[in-house]
Design a binder for this molecule. Structure first.
Ligand code: DQA
Length: 143
């Protein structure tokens, strides 16, 4: 099984950006966790991060026919991007939406998720562990 993990804008700044909300662990720490989790679960993991909406759409399209499950944190594009929603619908690959913070407890504009409408599950507010839970879920349900 191959899992693609997509991280959207500013997540490459983890460890630096708003540590009170996202914690002090870095993006490199997150990538290490994804790799370790992939090994534990016996799945191949490809990771992709971009600050650009169209690039994320391209990566989702690229995944068609190659990837069995997607873990996606679209970051700010969660709340704005119909293009990412449509791309996820287009490829029909099971996708789990992850947010490090509890978006429901933040500003009202963060409580709308377009991408989430095409996802089989949403995990929010579990920090980096949310990615691990998302990968576990995909393996349990779709391997
Ligand atoms: C986020 C929440 C979003 O509202 C925000 O724009 C992010 C990160 C999270 O992981 O908690 O960049 O997706």
């Amino acid at each position: 099984m191959k899992i693609l993990v997509i991280n959207g804008p500013n997540l490459n700044m983890l460890g630096i950006r708003e540590p009170g909300i996202y914690g002090r662990n870095t993006f490199a720490d997150l990538l290490a966790l994804l790799e370790e989790t992939g090994k534990e679960l016996g799945v191949e993991v490809e990771q992709y991060q971009s600050n650009h909406e169209g690039d994320i759409v391209d990566k989702i399209q690229w995944a068609f026919g190659k990837i069995d499950g997607i873990v996606i944190n679209p970051a700010a594009y969660t709340h704005t991007s119909v293009a990412i929603l449509d791309a996820l619908k287009a490829v029909s690959i099971p996708a789990v939406e992850v947010h490090i913070s509890d978006v429901d407890a933040r500003e009202p504009f963060r409580q709308i998720s377009y991408a989430g409408k095409a996802c089989v599950k949403t995990i929010k507010g579990h920090g980096f562990q949310g990615y691990r839970e998302a990968m576990q879920y995909l393996v349990e349900q779709y391997r």
